[in-house]
Design a protein around this ligand. Structure first.
Ligand SMILES: CC(C)(COP(=O)(O)OP(=O)(O)OC[C@H]1O[C@@H](n2cnc3c(N)ncnc32)[C@H](O)[C@@H]1OP(=O)(O)O)[C@@H](O)C(=O)NCCC(=O)NCCS
Length: 176
């Protein structure tokens, strides 16, 4: 694998993150999702204006994975975000983790999770948690491989209906 590095995003990355978020989200869900729902979600959630607001939010941190200097994936971390099924209070959410399809399965996701663990441990969080769409079994296998445990579920509105996110948690005292 060519050299992969991870860096913190800043406001100069708004357009890059907007493009990367849209491309990776479309690649991840185009087979399972209705094209219009996907397009609407991407237009609303990943516009430069929406990403700019997220970067400005003091609870948010974006990490960008680069391969040979090119952005290939990212993570969005969120502080002060909780789920009922995660009892611990001092927790950090992995709100999004997405790679370009072409670069999946090469260890970059693991590297990003390791960076999330280091980030969270440095700031004395006790656990990482995340929600993953119940139909996204590939990502769930990845999270289990990264030692996350399934601890519950939450409902969310998407398109015209209600969907389920499974909630996974990683206790940081058990993480290497
Ligand atoms: C989920 C994702 C971030 C994982 O990153 P990745 O780079 O593909 O995963 P890695 O190559 O680092 O894999 C790490 C380990 O998990 C395992 N793993 C990864 N995907 C897996 C899968 N679909 N099934 C089984 N095991 C899997 C790997 O085999 C590897 O194990 P090993 O180290 O023992 O060999 C990436 O595939 C992705 O962006 N997917 C699309 C977007 C998505 O679904 N994001 C999550 C939304 S909640």
């Amino acid at each position: 694998m060519s050299e992969v590095s991870v860096r913190n995003a800043d406001k100069s990355d708004v357009r890059l993150l907007s493009a990367l978020a849209a491309a990776t989200f479309y690649e991840a869900y185009f087979e399972q999702d209705a094209a219009n729902d996907l397009a609407n979600y991407i237009a609303e959630s990943f516009s430069p204006a929406a990403i700019s607001d997220e970067i400005a939010d003091e609870n948010s941190t974006f990490l960008i994975a680069e391969m040979s200097g090119k952005a290939v994936g990212y993570v969005k971390l969120r502080e002060n975000s909780h789920a009922d099924c995660v009892a611990e209070k001092n927790v950090l959410e992995i709100q999004r983790i997405y790679l370009l399809e072409k670069l999946k399965g090469k260890g970059i996701g693991r590297f990003l999770i390791e960076n999330c663990i280091e980030f969270a441990k440095d700031r004395k969080f006790s656990a990482l948690w995340l929600g993953v769409w119940s139909e996204n079994s590939q990502a769930q296998q990845f999270y289990r491989k990264m030692n996350f445990e399934h601890v519950g579920e939450v409902k969310f509105l998407y398109g015209d209906g209600e969907e389920t996110n499974f909630v996974y948690r990683l206790m940081l005292d058990k993480a290497r």
